[in-house]
Design a protein around this ligand. Structure first.
Ligand SMILES: [Zn+2]
Length: 319
């Protein structure tokens, strides 16, 4: 009786183990399937390299002779692997990198124990091999990667040049200072705020057009900001003068910021408040930018061409 119990127990253990084994097998198969479904579908050529650990023919890959700025990602799972800044030309026939994105690439010794294979740390896709001590770059590392294992995501184009419009008296003087500011790519003098189309200097001077002498500033937001330029604007003219600027009296010489968007408006309001808090009775108006009419050529870069100094614009620190 005791012996039979033992046989039954052993059988039960076997049966239990068998079921458990099958359950685990089933589960892992489903997991693998589930994982596979998340990956990009590969062509037979891609599979030959990425799954079967093959090597593409040298000088044949699309990223061998390729210098665009961006990020190289895993063809199979999309994980970012390398940056274009780390790519160098090793003349070996495959894309070469001397550094990887941190934790993106896993190293493992080849089956023959000779070379070090590199795989995607996220999905295990075969990338190529890594070599040390060849002296190509100061880092002394070469990730030799198959183009076919990679995709390329170009860097998003830098923020485009932005515009700002400032009116602070005679536009010769306003332009003189603004065009020297860091990050300013170009300046143009003209007229804004009035109703007359294609106004001439003479018409604006006569004062019936409603236009104000304005400087258009094109700037690179990666190098400066609207706020920096607006601060400078308040410091190169007297924003408290009510009827014009210096000896130039008239509507066309009033102090105005023509804002191009809500952000510029809010920044201008903030700066006006700071000046008011410092007891400046600022008369600068904030007006939504309208059509800018370029002034006659002889007004452009006036002081630069004449080698003279502005007579009514001076730098005064106010912020
Ligand atoms: Zn991957």
């Amino acid at each position: 009786m005791k012996k039979r119990m033992t046989i039954v127990s052993v059988l039960n253990i076997f049966l239990f183990a068998f079921i458990a084994y099958n359950l685990i097998l089933y589960h892992s198969t489903m997991m693998a399937k589930d994982k596979d479904m998340k990956y990009n579908k590969l062509t037979p050529e891609e599979e030959q390299v990425i799954i079967q650990k093959g090597t593409e023919a040298p000088f044949s890959g699309k990223y061998y002779n390729f210098t665009e700025k961006g990020t190289y990602t895993c063809k199979r799972c999309g994980a970012p692997l390398y940056r274009s800044a780390d790519k160098f030309d090793s003349f070996c026939g495959w894309p070469s990198f001397d550094n990887e994105i941190p934790n993106a690439v896993k190293r493992q010794v080849d089956a023959d124990g000779q070379r070090t294979e590199i795989i995607c740390n996220n999905c295990g896709a075969h990338l190529g091999h890594v070599f040390i001590g060849e002296g190509f770059t100061p880092k002394n590392v070469r990730h030799c990667v198959n183009s076919i294992s990679l995709n390329f995501v170009p860097t998003v184009a830098e923020e485009k040049i932005q515009n700002a419009y400032f009116a602070g008296g005679c536009f010769w003087g306003t332009e003189y200072y603004l065009q020297k500011a860091k990050g300013v790519k170009s300046t143009t003098v003209g007229y804004m705020g009035g109703s007359k189309a294609n106004p001439t200097y003479k018409e604006v001077c006569e004062g019936n057009t409603g236009h104000v002498e304005t400087v258009k500033v094109e700037f690179d937001p990666n190098e400066t900001s609207f706020e920096e330029l607006a601060k400078l604007f308040f410091e190169i003219h007297d924003p408290t003068q009510k009827n014009g600027q210096g000896p130039d009296i008239g509507e066309q010489y009033l102090s105005v910021i023509f804002y191009t968007n809500d952000e510029q408006k809010q920044i201008s309001e903030k700066l006006l408040k700071i000046l008011h808090d410092k007891d400046y009775k600022v008369d600068t108006r904030l007006i939504k930018a309208d059509k800018f009419w370029k002034a006659e050529d002889y007004h452009q870069d006036y002081y630069q061409h004449n080698g003279k100094q502005p007579y009514c614009h001076f730098y005064t620190k106010r912020f």
